[in-house]
Ligand binder design. Structure first.
Ligand SMILES: Cc1cc2nc3c(=O)[nH]c(=O)nc-3n(C[C@H](O)[C@H](O)[C@H](O)COP(=O)(O)O)c2cc1C
Length: 418
């Protein structure tokens, strides 16, 4: 079966199929393989190549390119994203088409040299509003950073109503029939890709959609997976749904959300958690939740954290560490956007009590704000320690609603700031 190539009369897919790929970027399972999509756009005054493919697939790429253009006709090369699976064949393409100009986003220039090891690499940085004429066809650029690297952009050809969207609207799914109305059911791959690649950048997705939604769209041509020519707007609408916070939609009354997670063997850290909630409950305008980490799968908790304004995590110290369910939760935060959220830690201990400090360090490492120093209690919390926990919860709550809290500065922070 040959590969479907014509997106329109003037636009052809010249990418590569990689059906055997099973893990991508370390973090993604790719049971259906993937495609590296590259496109050839023909105008009356020259040809543009949109993205290349990974180096290992160079033979496929150059063979397909040669079916649709001569190297001497190539006037523009656009890299919508610099990751090696899209930039891998750039040096060789420039060698074969030395007259071509390279167009990358303004933010890509900071990474270009580190990724494409070629001395004297010339390029033109572009952003929203910039365009390149190919005679009767035009390349219009949209600045859509952080989807999913700082450098990403989209390119639109208005005369064909085709959007080259880079990794946005892409997925890892290899089917040589190539078009969404022709391939097998790839919904799982589409949703999985959003969840694992775009999810930490939901705000940037919404910014990009503001540029994409007004476009007249006959097709979306992403850099992986099927080309979306049948009802492309459905995929745009789905991205908007996936990127829009759910909780805010349901309870948009301005309350700030605070979640207290804990885990506890003898009930000591649990008692602290309950007292912290009692203290926070004194602060108006908070929506409070209390969750035991024991026995809960991590995924639904990560969903909660994604939409929360603040989280507190309680763990006893066991063998000089916080316990595994706490680390499982914290390690999942890399898949969502937590930077700037308010956070803190607490826990009971027997003699050394490392857990609270370790959790706080991790929270700071994730660029969360830790405005109130954590509470540690030796073994069973006494009455005054319960009061200290209440005070901790109240202080975090007040910080959340914008009342000033006197912050205790940690000596190690001063040292690392120096
Ligand atoms: C297996 C085990 C290992 C422990 N290791 C430590 C430790 O390394 N340092 C420490 O301060 N406390 C340690 N503890 C004591 C607990 O932190 C302490 O009992 C704490 O109050 C338990 O709180 P919880 O009831 O919330 O689980 C250990 C307890 C157990 C059962």
């Amino acid at each position: 079966m040959s590969v479907a190539a014509a997106v329109t009369e003037r636009i052809h897919w010249i990418g590569a199929l990689d059906p055997g790929m099973r893990t991508f970027d370390v973090i993604l399972k790719t049971p259906s393989g993937t495609t590296y999509n590259s496109y050839c756009v023909r105008g009356s005054e020259g040809v543009a190549i949109i993205d290349t493919v990974k180096l290992e697939c160079a033979d496929q790429f150059f063979a397909r390119l040669q079916q649709f253009a001569d190297y001497g006709e190539i006037r523009a090369i656009v890299l919508n994203h610099l990751e090696p699976d899209h930039s891998g064949c750039l040096p060789e393409l420039l060698r074969r088409a030395p007259q071509a100009k390279l167009y990358v986003s303004e933010s890509a220039q900071l990474m270009l040299k580190a990724l494409v090891k070629q001395d004297g690499l010339a390029f033109v940085p572009v952003t929203t509003g910039d365009s390149v004429s190919l005679g009767d066809r035009t390349l219009r650029f949209l600045h859509t950073p952080y989807l999913h690297w700082p450098d990403t952009q989209c390119t639109y050809v208005p005369e064909e109503r085709v959007l080259f969207s880079g990794d946005v609207f892409g997925c890892h799914f290899c089917d040589r029939r190539m078009f969404n109305d022709a391939v097998g059911d790839f919904r799982f791959a589409f949703e999985y890709y959003f969840h694992h690649i775009m999810r930490p950048f939901k705000r940037h997705v919404l910014d990009a959609l503001a540029l994409i939604e007004p476009l007249d769209l006959a097709a979306i041509a992403p850099s992986h997976g099927p080309i979306l020519r049948d009802r492309p707007r459905d995929y745009v609408a789905r991205y908007r749904e996936l990127a829009t916070p759910r909780l805010k939609r349901e309870t948009d009354n301005g309350d700030r959300t605070l979640i207290v997670f804990y885990i506890s063997s003898y009930g000591n850290t649990r008692r602290m958690a309950e007292a912290i909630c009692d203290g926070a409950a004194e602060v108006p305008g908070l929506r409070l939740s209390l969750y035991d980490l024991e026995g809960s799968p991590v995924e639904p908790l990560v969903d909660l954290v994604e939409e929360a304004d603040a989280i507190l995590i309680g763990s006893p110290t066991i063998n000089g560490d916080a316990v595994k369910p706490v680390w499982d939760l914290l390690s999942s935060f890399a898949g969502i956007h937590v930077k700037g959220k308010v956070a803190g830690a607490f826990g009971s201990f027997g003699w050394s009590g490392e857990a609270v400090r370790m959790i706080e360090d991790r929270l700071r490492g994730l660029k969360m704000r830790v405005p109130v120093a954590g509470v540690k209690v030796k073994l069973i919390p006494a009455r005054e320690e319960i009061l200290a926990c209440r005070d901790f919860g109240r202080q975090v709550g007040e910080f959340l609603i914008g009342r000033q809290v006197t912050r205790e500065i940690d000596f190690s922070e001063l040292v690392s700031a120096a």
